[in-house]
Design a protein around this ligand. Sequence first.
Ligand code: NAD
Length: 506
Amino acid sequence: MILETADIKSVLTSSNTTQKMYINGEWVLSESNQTSKIVNPANGELIGTVTVGTEEDAKKAIESARKAFYENGWMNSRARDRAELLLQISNKLEERKEEFAYLETLNNGKTLRESLGDVEDAVNQLRYYAGLATKPHGQTYDVPDDIQAMVVREAIGVVGIIVPWNYPLVMANQKIAAAIAAGCSIVVKPAEITPLSLIRLFEIIDEMGFPPGIVNLVLGSGRKVGAELVSNPNVDKISFTGGTDTGIKLMKSAADTVKKISLELGGKSPNIVFADADFDAAVDYALYAIFANQGQVCSAGSRLLLEESLYEKFVPELVRRAKMIKIGPGWNDGIEMGPLVSEAHMNTVLNYIEIGKNEGATLLCGGNRIIEGDLGKGYFVEPTIFGDTTPDMRIVQEEIFGPVLAIQTFKTEKEAIELANGTAFGLAGAVFSQDGAKAQRVIRQLRAGITWINTYHPTFNEAPWGGYKQSGIGRDLGTYGFEEYLETKQININLKVEPSGFFEGK
Ligand code: NAD
């Protein structure tokens, strides 16, 4: 699927038009009068201008979400009606699949095939949660009294949704779908640099006729808009995806109002390859694990743990294939890796590569920004692989969030497990081995929330997504992700209505 340049432009809203936020059922400019320029990371060109919201804008959105939920009846809305709304959004999104995919590629840089996969995922998330909307069920208890004791599930209330830039549509969409299915009202804040696909999703949402205030989109910085959502006492829950450092700040701020939070944070995930693995599959997945989406994946297999006896055979093949990866603008046919999302992020990644070299790791391939020809206008970094690392190195311990792989080696199963668990993170991990019992043994020892045997990356909207340790709290997706937006209420009904007799005097 290739679009000509003219068609690509037609996907974009004119960059001279300032794109608005969606608050209380209306498209509005921020009272700040400030705008921000949105750039295509593949060539540095301007692709949009958006209004920049403030704390005041966030407060207005929160107020409208609160009113819609508590005063205007959304709290008692029918699950079947919410399911229908989600299904309608999914159908509209599906009709415009290619347009959304192009927009995501232009704004984020990811290849078109990955963007298309993201939009298809988003469509399925909406359908999955439309199905779940009518499924929450309570319980009744046999209690030692003349009481009917039971539990009902209720929407948690006003939800603040804060998302990063690496999957701009999917990350927000999965939270929006689950929260609406559960009956919440929402205020969504995209990352500053990748708001375009979400603004367009809200155009679809706007057509659905939601009562004003149920769904709000506020653009702006994390420091202002995001922080307001977290500290504001009228927000009942925050659902956050982003970096661990930001998650720590959020948790501290949320403590002041004992706000419920779920955090999907960073990772430094191990991909463990034993000598008895299927060689071709293991090499192939080792590349996919780290270089998909330019390595800007929270669950990326950014540490390759290789059984020492396999090193001599495995590493040359890995490097050979890494050098063959086709790099270019994500909308071009056959491109396998696009640019990093922004100049600032590219510089962070390049800085980590320098750190790796200075720490004494061996640069096996890559390591540079691509500066030749048209690619020099964008933020392209070569697939980079480091060998001879030690566990204490920063490139082994810290999340780089780019196309940089650190190889570690091990001699025994025990050592593999120790190395795998040897960071502060616990998001994901994989084992490649043809010994089924060994693979399962090792997986069960990994302190990580998302794991694979003989594959890397496939995940499903039906299954829970989230991390152990400093990779987060709570889960997105699946029924677990739905639970995050539900409260649990105990109801006790007296079946023998007479005075309790607790106090004697009448
Ligand atoms: P980030 O933490 O810098 O920003 C994420 C969001 O938080 C943005 O919308 C930002 O504006 C907002 N924000 C920043 N400071 C804030 C504050 N003080 N209060 C409230 N909101 C604030 O992350 P990023 O650089 O956009 O994304 C990359 C990170 O996201 C990586 O660490 C990656 O691992 C993580 N991530 C995790 C998952 C997961 O599911 N675990 C998925 C995708 C990305």
